[in-house]
Design a protein around this ligand. Structure first.
Ligand SMILES: O=C(O)CCC(=O)C(=O)O
Ligand SMILES: [Fe+2]
Ligand SMILES: [Zn+2]
Length: 451
């Protein structure tokens, strides 16, 4: 029997020859190419099998990443012939864009199983089943019930706890933000057991199928060395990129915890492509899986205020004594590295930081002023105020001569009574936490300061 292909099918066969160096066959073989459906348009192995299994013993299904065709191989020519006659050009029961397959017989099929790169960037760790199904359900229930107050970004919804980013001041503030709910406590504890690290800022992202998050590096001057993400309700591919050419797609299952530190946190961007499905590796070869609604909980720790402040010289990799020409060279080199046009690694924050440093240090007057400021800054270290309090806010149960107040870090602010009771002062006083770098400001009774 000779098979006659129309013009369109002839076009597919010449594409096949060009792409894969595989010949179309004008008599039946065991091999069939599905010309118009493949991984790139979301055809899964399962759907392919569903169409063909009834015609005989399927030997291979070859799916090729990023291609709109695929191959199926039967044990016998008769089986393939029957499949061809029943499926080609006919409604096959699948939905939408997959409902009609155009087929050709081929002399052979691609031989090498195409593998997706599964290497992880250094410093990236994925812990599968970090929480149980029950715990996942519990958190999802909580999030769904408490989702009001979230803000809609272009491609997802977000909600912050602990601290939120203040775009006006390019820093974080806790006073406008909901505290971390106690429902998350068991996760924080499990994280602490593992990393001896306790996050204090949480972002919950909600992605519908087709939504994603642009490639980015989490702000390095606000958050410290770990960025964690717990995935809920749907698996997903996260894209990691470094320089222009390094790209890894990492498949992240629901209930798993992603830990970014080291290179993966500081040198690779991460992002989620807005798509309804993902390409994944299976033991049989590549496949597609469809996304559901996904929640992710990102855990971060805010760098205490004093650490955030970076010396302008440090930013340019120099010091006070570096000659002007070297400063200028460094600035140019570093800018190339972070500039959005030059590299996917770009972070606009890094770019802005460099420009800020250079705008001051290139100007001899400003530089002189800045040098004087640094000398002064040992004396005027800035502090972060955790809360403004009246004496009545303080707890009286510490010791006979001391009030106390709980810090969000678990530590305490200790306030000697002698400093605040029956004192003839009209101002307020600052008291440090005994465990972290935060302060409370206590208004004295005579004070007129209202905040
Ligand atoms: O959804 C995720 O897993 C990642 C979220 C993320 O990168 C972020 O919130 O910074
Ligand atoms: Fe992130
Ligand atoms: Zn504290």
């Amino acid at each position: 029997m000779a098979v006659i292909y129309n013009k369109k099918m002839e076009m597919y066969s010449s594409m096949l020859k060009k792409d894969m160096n595989i010949e179309a066959s004008y008599s039946p073989t065991t091999n069939i190419m599905v010309c118009n459906c493949g991984l790139v348009n979301g055809l899964s192995r399962k759907a392919l099998k569903q169409v063909f299994y009834q015609y005989g013993e399927i030997k291979y299904m070859i799916m090729i990443p990023h291609k709109s065709y695929c191959f199926i191989s039967f044990a016998e020519v008769e089986e393939a012939t029957s499949a061809f006659n029943n499926v080609n050009g006919k409604y096959n029961g699948l939905s939408d864009e997959h409902k009609i397959f155009n087929l050709i017989f081929t002399v052979s099929i691609p031989q090498t199983i195409i593998k997706l790169s599964t290497a992880c960037p250094d410093g990236l760790e994925i812990i599968e089943n970090f929480i149980t199904e029950k715990e996942e359900y519990f958190i999802l229930e909580y999030l769904n019930e408490n989702w009001s107050g979230s803000s809609s970004m272009k491609h997802r919804q977000v909600k912050h706890y602990g601290y939120e980013f203040d775009y006006d001041h390019n820093g974080v503030r806790y006073d406008t933000c909901e505290p971390i709910p106690k429902e998350f406590e068991f996760i924080l504890n499990a994280i602490y057991l593992r990393l001896k690290w306790r996050p204090d800022q949480i972002t919950v992202n909600k992605y519908l199928p087709g939504q994603g998050i642009p490639n980015h590096i989490d702000n390095i001057s606000v958050f410290d060395e770990y960025i964690l993400s717990l995935s809920l309700n749907s698996d997903i591919n996260m894209e990691f990129r470094k320089d222009l050419f390094k790209h890894n797609s990492v498949f992240i299952k629901a209930k798993s915890l992603l830990i970014m530190s080291g290179e993966s946190r500081y040198e690779w961007t991460h992002g989620i492509t807005p798509r309804k499905m993902d390409l994944i590796s299976t033991v049989d070869g590549p496949d597609v899986v469809y996304r559901g609604t996904r929640f992710s909980i990102t855990f971060r720790r805010v760098i205490e205020f004093t650490k955030v402040k970076k010396d302008l010289y440090e930013i340019l990799g120099c010091d006070k004594t570096t000659p002007f020409e070297t400063l200028k060279d460094n600035y140019k080199k570093l800018l190339l590295k972070v500039h959005p046009d030059k590299s996917v690694l770009s972070s606009s924050a890094a770019c802005a930081e460099l420009n800020k440093a250079w705008s001051v240090l290139k100007d001899s007057d400003l530089k002189k002023k800045y040098d004087e400021e640094i000398e002064q800054s040992d004396i005027n270290t800035e502090v972060t105020i955790f809360d403004y309090l009246n004496i009545s806010d303080l707890e009286n149960n510490e010791t006979e001569d001391t009030f106390s107040y709980k810090c969000r870090c678990g530590g305490k602010f200790l306030v000697p009574k002698s400093m605040v009771v029956n004192v003839d002062q009209t101002e307020s006083l600052l008291f440090p936490c005994d465990d972290c770098s935060l302060f409370v400001e206590v208004m004295l009774p005579n004070s007129n300061v209202s905040k």
